[in-house]
Design a protein around this ligand. Sequence first.
Ligand code: LMR
Length: 398
Amino acid sequence: MFEGLTALPADPILGLSAAYQADTNPKKIDLGVGVYKDEQGNTPVLKAVKQAEVEYHNRETSKVYIGPPGSAAANELLQALIFGADHAAVSAGRVRTIQTPGGCGSLRNAAELIKKANPSATVWVSDPTWANHIPLLGNAGLAIKTYPYYDHATKRVNFSAMMDTLKDVTKGDLVLLHGCCHNPCGADLSQDQWQAIAELALQNGFTPFIDMAYQGFGEGLDQDAYGIRLLADTVPEMIVSSSCSKNFGLYRERAGALSIMYASSADADKGQSNLFSLVRGMYSMPPNHGSAIVETILGSPNLTATWHKELAEMRERIKSLRALLNQKLQEKGAEGDFSFIERQSGMFSFLGINKEQVHSLVHDYSIYLVDSSRINIAGISLANVDYLAESIVAVLKK
Ligand code: LMR
């Protein structure tokens, strides 16, 4: 039965890791998959996570099923992290959270629920957006359309074009927004722009759908949640898919959450029952370990303090690498202005070079990045930044 299948190319992001591993060039640099790396190029387990794992190991008495929503305590702690402590919508029982297998699991669950609630819904995604948004939402059968977002010429959000498209989006459709640290372009919305979107959503009735994969990697945990909290204060309904992969460094544990703010607590009860049934029909219930670690950390003031410190270190390191790459490119005589790298936020920026130049970086210099010229800033180090900047300068001349 499988002879009719056609072989597919490797995933455009994940496929880069295999190519990087196979490369024997000692100067190789991995700027592909969005994972945090330290100066040595490692992605270590956070100290807060290690300590929480020991505590949890000592405390755990059973491996019995946890059920489709996961741990109620973890979900409550994550609600506070995302919406802020004591948000009115949370207190009113309008926000419900389920634990999901990573941010991807959250997005897919959301898509399945949207499809069930409104089969003709269209999800509007930014141009560009994270490549995996398309299969995660589209494979659930949702229609997807794009709104203009990144202006490759100014290296900023083209907000007027974005709003010009969104003004025609109405009730029943959804607008997917990156909560912070836009992946892939690194250009985020300002507070005024969030305000304008919140007002438009209220006026037109479309549902904001926020992907929050990098909370804490931009300006800070609360600052990065500005848009979500503003929307939660403004609109009746919204969806938040959040991930603990990056900010807790729990990538392979698949810890994420889906939080939906409903118009009423009665709608929330109905929504939850549908989500439980969808989860049961897909994977029955989420994995426990990653979420149990998050619960242990957020439930302990000491571990939370350790985690905040480690998160701040990751954030500050990325910021300093942004400044360093811009400085090195200038020093090495790069043609063009790369100050946008320093101005942008989170793990990613586009270098703004063409596909041939990207391929030259990969094949001639063993510098791995996505075809769109997206780089993972965290893959830069003091040891490789000179080689990286020189190589970029060289391909810019091609
Ligand atoms: C990325 O964008 O590189 C990360 O979110 C990892 C992934 O799954 O694509």
